[in-house]
Design a protein around this ligand. Structure first.
Ligand code: PMP
Length: 368
């Protein structure tokens, strides 16, 4: 029996091959006689898993040598505090509000830094990204925080802002939780990127932080030691016990991404090409139909999270039960937005998007 297609926003679908490898390794990883969950994080076996994961992620995202990759805990919400605790020096941080996640980040940062709204898309109902030329940037901001993919509102930066070109000396921080490893990151613009693993990388419980080295070492005294980037970096992410299972599964996912092939492309380029095609198909169908709608500005639409609405909202429950009966799971929209949301992360096969479109078409006919 094929598995159903799972459109959850996160924790989310993982490549079936990765789940099978993890299952096969469960009781005995590579003849060690141990599950990865049972290994010391300081033993040779786990160190080899950790080193390969770090190496593969660095290769996958072309992370420059002067950036540290940290495997932490606390999730995206944790980083909303951990980032200002580590890099704000108690100064000013600018925020561009494009949805729920940046609103949360802004509120949390205000506990540790002077948080300032440089721009907000609230008036549009978070359906667009304010034009960077219109942002009111603080002269003295240490950093500017954006969410490069707003999971709930389905908004994605197609190009990251170039703060230098905008006349700001602030460092750019991106919350890329819901699209990490779906497209390249332009490190010439980004000083710090963080992401919870549970969308594109693996199980919840692991948080990836990729940070330029000169931002490390300015942590506020009140920062808990386990969240101090300097201590985490000096101890190869093993100042406290790292989320070993998450690192192992994410490592399998990195390896999977690196091996992907698509029309002459390999690795991240192949995955990105597939993501572009999957998203285009789905948006094209939604746009062509008068029964469904997506309200996000065409230039800001997310390739990963596609919120949409039925013209007749009284049929939402029918739509969801019909979807479930056809093996199309977890399509209900976030409660703050309503409607539906299809999350089509890296591991969502193109056949899943095709099956969703076929069901959209079928359901629309019954509604006519
Ligand atoms: N940022 C973004 C963009 C997210 O999508 C999420 C989770 N949905 C978070 C932050 C929060 O992550 P966590 O629940 O792991 O703290």
């Amino acid at each position: 029996m094929p598995r159903p297609f799972n459109f959850s926003a996160g924790p989310a679908v993982l490549p079936e091959e990765v789940l099978q490898t993890a299952a096969a390794d469960m009781l005995d990883w590579h003849g060690s006689g141990m599950s990865v969950m049972e290994m010391s994080h300081r033993g040779a076996e786990f160190i080899s898993i950790y080193e390969k994961a770090e190496r593969d992620l660095r290769a996958l995202l072309a992370v420059p040598a002067n950036y540290q990759i940290l495997f932490m805990q606390g999730g995206g919400i944790g980083e909303n505090a951990i980032v200002p605790l580590n890099i704000s020096r108690g100064g000013v941080a600018d925020f561009v509000l494009t949805g729920s996640w940046t609103e949360k980040s802004f509120k949390e940062a205000g506990k540790y830094a002077t948080a300032h709204v440089a721009a907000t898309a609230k008036a549009s109902g978070f359906t667009e990204i304010p034009d960077p030329a219109s942002w009111s940037l603080s002269k003295d901001a240490v950093y500017l925080h954006i969410c490069s993919n707003e999971t709930i509102h389905g908004i994605e930066y197609q190009t990251l802002p170039d703060l230098k070109a905008l006349g700001s000396s602030a460092d750019l921080v991106i919350d890329c939780s819901s699209h990490i490893a779906s497209r390249p990151i332009d490190w010439s613009k980004v000083a710090l990127a963080f992401a919870g693993a549970q969308k594109n990388l693996g199980p919840s419980g692991l948080t990836i932080v990729i940070v330029r080295e000169d931002l490390i070492g300015h942590t506020l005294d009140i920062c808990p030691s386990a969240f101090n980037y300097e201590l985490v970096a000096k101890n190869q992410s093993m100042y406290n016990t790292p989320p070993t299972w998450g690192i192992y599964v994410a490592g399998l996912v990195f390896d999977w991404v690196l091996r992907q092939q698509e029309g002459g492309l390999t690795g991240l380029a192949a995955v990105e090409a597939r993501n572009i095609r999957k998203a285009k198909k789905l948006y094209d169908y939604l746009d062509s139909s008068s029964f469904y709608s997506n309200k996000v500005a065409a230039t800001a639409r997310s390739r990963m999270n596609v919120p949409f609405f039925l013209a007749d909202e009284s049929r939402n429950a029918d739509f969801l039960s019909g979807a479930k009966a056809r093996g199309l799971l977890q399509l209900k929209g976030h409660k703050s937005v309503g409607g539906m949301r299809a999350s089509i992360y890296n591991a969502m096969p193109e056949a899943g998007v095709d099956a969703l479109i076929a069901y959209l078409r079928e359901f629309e006919k019954t509604a006519a």
